[in-house]
Structures are given as structure tokens and as C-alpha cells.
Design a protein around this ligand. Structure first.
Ligand SMILES: [Zn+2]
Length: 109
């Protein structure tokens, strides 16, 4: 039995878990899951498969750094084209912007 390196209480068991990226399901992959804290660990091979699944769905690399710029009294945050396309954002449409746990949430739905 392998002890969990995170909580050091539970033991690790092989399970199939659903991997997600940006809220999009990539399918089920094998992982070692802790019986106590539920933390999951994937091996290098599985990590590569998850990455390949994300690339196939065209969502790999959607998270990027962007510069905050000034526009009048406001600050503007640029959305790269691939994120805009993924979220189907269009110029002129309204978005609801609010803070949440230190993050800026842009709700364009
Ligand atoms: Zn644990």
C-alpha cells in the first residue's frame, strides 16, 4: 500500500477519474486516488494522454498570461483570440464582471 504524500493518512488506490480542463471533460483516465483526502495522482504516461485529449479538443494552452492596460480611468484586460473563440465572445456584447476569491470573473453568458 502506498501512503498518500499529501495528507499522509490515506492510502492510494487505482481508480478511473474524469479529467477536466477549463470545465471541459476530457474523458476518464486511471489515477491513484487517496482514500482520505481524495487527492489524485496520474503517472507521466497518463498525463501525456490527458494532454493529448485536451489538444484534440483544441483547448490545450487556452490559459495564457495577458497584460493589463489602461483605457481612460479603467483597466483593460485583453482576451487572446483563441479564448474569445472558445467562449464565443463578440465585440459589442455585454459581459458581467465581478471579483471572486481574488480572481476576476468575466461572465459572458
Ligand atoms: Zn491523502
Amino acid at each position: 500500500m502506498t501512503r498518500c504524500p499529501v495528507c499522509e493518512k490515506g492510502t492510494l488506490h487505482t481508480k478511473k477519474i474524469e479529467e477536466k480542463l477549463f470545465g471541459v471533460s476530457l474523458g476518464e483516465f486511471p489515477a491513484q486516488v487517496c482514500s482520505s483526502c481524495k487527492e489524485s495522482f496520474a503517472d507521466a504516461e497518463t498525463t501525456q494522454k490527458v494532454e493529448a485529449a485536451a489538444k484534440k479538443k483544441g483547448i490545450w494552452g487556452l490559459g495564457v498570461k495577458t497584460k493589463i492596460t489602461r483605457t481612460g480611468n479603467s483597466l483593460a484586460i485583453r482576451s487572446p483570440k483563441k479564448i474569445a473563440d472558445f467562449l464565443k465572445l463578440r465585440e459589442g456584447e455585454e459581459a458581467y464582471v465581478h471579483p471572486e476569491s481574488g480572481k476576476l470573473i468575466i461572465d459572458a453568458k
